[in-house]
Design a protein around this ligand. Structure first.
Ligand SMILES: Nc1ncnc2c1ncn2[C@@H]1O[C@H](COP(=O)(O)OP(=O)(O)OP(=O)(O)O)[C@@H](O)[C@H]1O
Length: 275
């Protein structure tokens, strides 16, 4: 994917100003920056949820911003979105919520009637197993914890069979333990399925621990783009537009200091082993 000069203005506000970057191979990319830096707008333009004012996004030689109708819909299916507030249907059971990810692949009539095939059910259960929550399949979504709900949302994204996952602050509403499990799940999907995952994050340590690459935004502009380990305190200070008193701790959700073995990874493995 190549993003070229992507710009969005809302009246006199330039939310994203000529953003350019390429993702030549599947990567796990973290986008960091202050509130209002333009992170959500950037992701939403990639998914066509927000129309871009200017710029191009090229994939396989096509400008996906020029897609209309069915082709646009297909693109939205190809890049699954995950949101801070999960966006599940609260009163529906978990399994049905996950199967809703298949609706994009079916015609309107089957979608309206919620007619799911055996294959759809199998896929949904498999996705829930991968996320370590198959035992919650028959519960109502609203009865799950926030962390579990976000894992349901990720399972739903997986059943969409996407080429890419875009996650807009997926852990901002979660406690640190749940946040690590969700990030470990996204990392595992990136590694095992070879999917690009682009994730807006508030917390620097999360970006360093789980992402290969970090894009830093400040006031609509990309001010840093490099490997996660290159995000030094000075770089972070620049991205966040902070002064000498900048304390990385304010952007931290970590439970322990050992990035080699985040607790979320250990928890996820244990959850899968017992599934
Ligand atoms: N629909 C909109 N109408 C008008 N202005 C908007 C709209 N959406 C975003 N903006 C403005 O665009 C700028 C970038 O917002 P955006 O939500 O992309 O930032 P962000 O980095 O994702 O912030 P946060 O972390 O708080 O979500 C902000 O100044 C915001 O007020």
């Amino acid at each position: 994917m190549q993003v070229i000069g992507l710009t969005k203005t809302f009246g006199s506000v330039t939310a994203v100003n000529a953003a350019s970057f390429a993702v030549p191979v599947p990567q796990m990319v973290g986008i960091i920056g202050r509130s209002g830096a333009g992170k959500s707008t950037l992701l939403r333009m990639i998914n066509h949820l927000t129309p871009a004012t200017e710029g191009r996004i090229e994939i396989d030689g096509r400008d996906i911003l020029s897609l209309r109708g069915r082709a646009r819909h297909d693109w939205q299916r190809d890049c699954a979105m995950i949101f801070q507030q999960f966006n599940l249907v609260p009163r529906l059971d978990v399994l049905t919520n996950v199967m809703l990810g298949r609706l994009n692949r079916h015609g309107t009539l089957r979608s309206v009637l919620k007619m799911f095939s055996r294959e759809d059910i199998g896929r949904a259960l498999h996705a829930l197993e991968r996320l370590g929550i198959a035992d919650q399949a028959m519960k109502r979504a609203e009865d799950l914890s926030g962390g579990q709900q976000q894992r349901v949302a990720i399972a739903r994204a997986l059943t969409q069979d996407p080429r890419m996952i875009l996650a807009d602050e997926p852990i901002a509403s979660l406690d640190p333990m749940s946040a690590q499990i969700v990030m470990a799940s996204l990392r595992e999907i990136h590694e095992r399925d070879g999917l690009t995952v682009i994730c807006n994050l508030h917390t620097l340590d999360t970006a360093r621990t789980y992402c290969d690459r970090v894009i830093g935004m400040r006031a609509g502009e990309i001010v840093f783009d490099g490997p996660a380990h290159a995000v030094t305190t000075d770089v972070a200070r620049d991205i966040y537009g902070a002064d000498e008193s900048f304390d990385e701790g304010v952007t931290s959700t970590s439970l322990n200091d050992d990035p080699a073995q985040p607790e979320g990874v250990a928890y996820l493995r244990a959850a899968r082993a017992s599934a």
